[in-house]
Write a protein that binds this ligand. Structure first.
Ligand code: HEC
Ligand code: HEC
Ligand code: HEC
Length: 365
């Protein structure tokens, strides 16, 4: 039988950390990326990554259905925040990126290997030691799920369909928009030229009050309103254009309300919006959201897409919405709302006609 000399083992174990530090100190470990990892290091790192993601994904709450209505927004974010490393349909990865270690993979080839929960975990938290960044806001799981929905669509997405989703009328992406026209083109990628939004996850900003738009934009840029998508956009736009952008969209014709929602939710939504429910301490929404002569920081809700309104109300209720200065009142308002109330209110406001901003505006409409 082999004789184990425990004294030697103990001494070796005690010395080992010092030996490793010494090796690091004399520069033994090659941190250069040019020669790649040893095969065993590469295998071990990916083994550790896959195991960790599999384990942590067990704790992820997967929604019943992915938010496919928000895929356009996610594609728009992908163009600014992901394509630079991973490439996109019709846009191969740059030679500089291919020298990274590890290489950011072409995601179209990879996504099928991960479950929805695993993709969520990777996109929300990033991957340490690889360069794969975390989602810019840790409070917006809804945005991360929208990205998962987009990634699921990626393998079948041709270059043209991708360009349309990600760039819309702008046709391309300007990395650092400098002129007002470039800044405006950036907005149209998701909000459209008419400011009504290219998907129901994007709010109508046409005809919204200028001061609300300006304050909201600033709130995203300064992280007072959590949002990975708008946060990245707002930080890329020079401050001197903010007011002009807000004025531009405020001057466009307001939304006219969306037709076709004669559902059973319409009446209860209208009742709650106009009268509130005193027994549950819910105030009438229209006290603040109807009269346009009130505080200009109160946004108009008429004609906003129902999924957008629902999402914002859920964020207020969870204390995750952030605001542009007056949002604390909305957190109180949203706390007692049930999921049913939220769906009813969203249905009502989505179909409501927007009132003109002031008497002059009706002539312009
Ligand atoms: C700075 C470069 C960089 C950016 C930006 C980036 N990634 Fe990554 N990503 C990586 C690297 C590197 C890996 C790890 C590759 C590996 O070791 O397998 C990775 C891995 C991934 C994976 C796992 C794929 C796999 O099988 O390894 C997904 C999914 C992913 N990224 C999605 C995204 C999304 C979505 C975005 C934008 C929100 C994004 N990435 C932004 C560099 C980047
Ligand atoms: C990649 C898509 C995308 C781009 C590009 C984009 N937006 Fe947005 N915008 C959104 C989404 C999605 C929301 C809703 C965000 C949320 O849920 O917090 C939003 C919200 C906003 C809001 C808040 C509106 C409200 O009712 O609270 C303002 C203001 C805004 N965007 C202005 C702009 C301006 C100005 C630009 C151009 C500089 C721009 N956006 C570019 C997708 C985009
Ligand atoms: C006391 C005034 C007040 C009342 C009452 C009120 N709100 Fe608000 N609401 C606000 C303010 C202020 C904001 C803007 C918060 C911010 O971003 O700064 C807002 C924002 C919102 C938004 C987000 C709009 C957007 O474009 O992102 C929604 C949705 C909303 N309210 C729905 C409701 C509903 C539904 C009710 C009734 C149940 C209601 N509000 C009652 C003041 C009020």
């Amino acid at each position: 039988m082999m004789h184990v000399d425990w004294k030697h083992v103990a001494v070796t174990l005690a010395i080992l950390p010092f030996a490793v530090v010494f090796a690091a100190w004399i520069g033994f470990f090659n941190v250069g990326a040019s020669s790649g990892h040893w095969k065993i290091t590469d295998w071990f790192l990916h083994f550790a990554m896959q195991s960790a993601i599999r384990t942590y994904a067990l704790a992820v709450d997967v929604p019943r259905e992915l938010p496919h209505h928000a895929v356009q927004t996610a594609a728009g974010h992908f163009a600014r925040g992901c394509a630079i490393c991973h490439g996109a349909p019709g846009e191969p990865r740059s030679p500089a990126v291919l020298r990274m270690l590890p290489q950011p993979p072409d995601l179209a080839e990879r996504v099928s290997g991960w479950s929805d929960a695993e993709l969520f975990r990777i996109v929300k938290h990033g991957v340490r030691f690889t360069g794969m960044p975390a989602w810019p806001s840790q409070k917006r799981d809804d945005e991360v799920w929208a990205m998962v929905a987009f990634l699921r669509r990626l393998p079948a997405l041709g270059p043209e369909a991708y360009r349309d989703l990600a760039y819309g009328p702008a046709g391309s992406l300007v990395d650092r928009p400098a002129t007002f026209q470039q800044a405006l083109a950036e907005c149209t990628r998701c909000h459209g030229v008419d400011g009504r939004g290219r998907s129901t996850a994007t709010p109508v900003i046409a005809g919204q009050r200028e001061s609300y738009l300006l304050q909201s934009f600033a709130a995203y840029a300064e992280d007072r309103r959590p949002g990975g998508v708008m946060g990245v956009v707002a930080k890329a736009i020079d401050r001197r254009h903010w007011r002009d952008l807000a004025a531009h969209f405020a001057s466009l014709p307001a939304s006219r309300g969306r037709a076709g929602a004669a559902t059973a939710l319409l009446e209860p939504g209208k009742k709650l919006a106009t009268e509130g429910d005193a027994s549950r301490r819910i105030p009438a929404c229209l006290v603040c959201h109807a009269s346009r002569d009130r505080n200009p920081a109160f946004p108009s809700l008429a004609g906003q897409p129902a999924p957008y309104i629902e999402q914002q109300l859920r964020l207020f209720r969870d204390g995750q919405r952030g605001d542009s200065g007056y949002g604390h009142v909305m957190r109180e308002v949203a706390r007692p709302l049930s999921d049913n109330d939220i769906a009813a209110l969203a249905t009502y406001f989505a179909t409501a006609e927007s009132r003109p901003a002031h008497p002059m505006a009706s002539a312009r409409d």
